[in-house]
Write a protein of this length. Sequence first.
Length: 116
Amino acid sequence: MLNKPKTRAGFTLVEIMIVVAIIGLLLAIAVPNFIKTRQLAQSRACINNLKQIEAAKQVWGMEKGKTANDVPDVTDLIGPALYIKQMPQCPAGGTYSFNKVSEAPTCTVDGHTMQY
């Protein structure tokens, strides 16, 4: 009988290490970009919410004859028959302050500010 050399099925340790290194490199590139993109999307959504609040505040102030120093309450702006149907939520978990009619609304998360 002839002895046939045994062929091994499977991968060597070096091949597995190379694959793991490539996957690690791809993750090192992709994860920071994903996080940055997510933060940018949250910031933009929050700024859009702030713009909605600002517009509602301005209309409220004009319709009710308010001065620049008046501060609207949540019940003045938000409700089914009011300027905003439901309270906007910051996607990053921040909270909104309406501020005076003459001031822009703010969010507690850094970087979530309206630009004029």
